[in-house]
Design a protein around this ligand. Sequence first.
Ligand code: FER
Length: 187
Amino acid sequence: MRVLKYAILGLLDKGSLSGYDMTSRFKAELGQFWSAKHSQIYPELKKLTDEGFIEFKTVIQGSKLEKKMYSITLEGKRELHEWLTAFKPVPDTVKDEFMLKAYFISAMDLEEAKALFADQLSKRKEKAAFLKKKLEELKEEAGQSISFRSPHFGHYLLLTRALERENGYCSWLLAALEMLADDQPPA
Ligand code: FER
């Protein structure tokens, strides 16, 4: 499925954007959980235009620079809505190379395993701290009431989920490290 298609439709549903604005939005807003390369975005814009889900107006910028301003069409809004409201099965678990190493832990020495897990814990803690800070900034910006009607609600949902995931990862790493610390050498 072309999920990038829906990311573009979702962004344009909030307002018209140039191709350049689109790539900056990807970087600044979606990039943390949904990265896309410039090289993927432009062909998708062309495809969506051909399909009638988006359209563009050429506007003159400065003295002679032209840019295309894209907007979503009624058909595009319908397509976006159909995707948003469709129920989907749980996808396959996202690959995590560290989990593969954890599965093969007994191929390492105890000390190597401890070092690997401690390193992962410190990095996951850093990530959790970053997300916590982002969430605090968002709450600050949004004021008291973040709820369904808030324009920040979607961002809030993504950040709380990501923070929960990282905190959960940290608890698991800590529990594993405690088990490694308790390890009794073979008699
Ligand atoms: C953001 C910063 C980080 C954000 C999402 C993330 C949606 C990370 C998400 C993840 O790791 O799942 O501003 O906004």
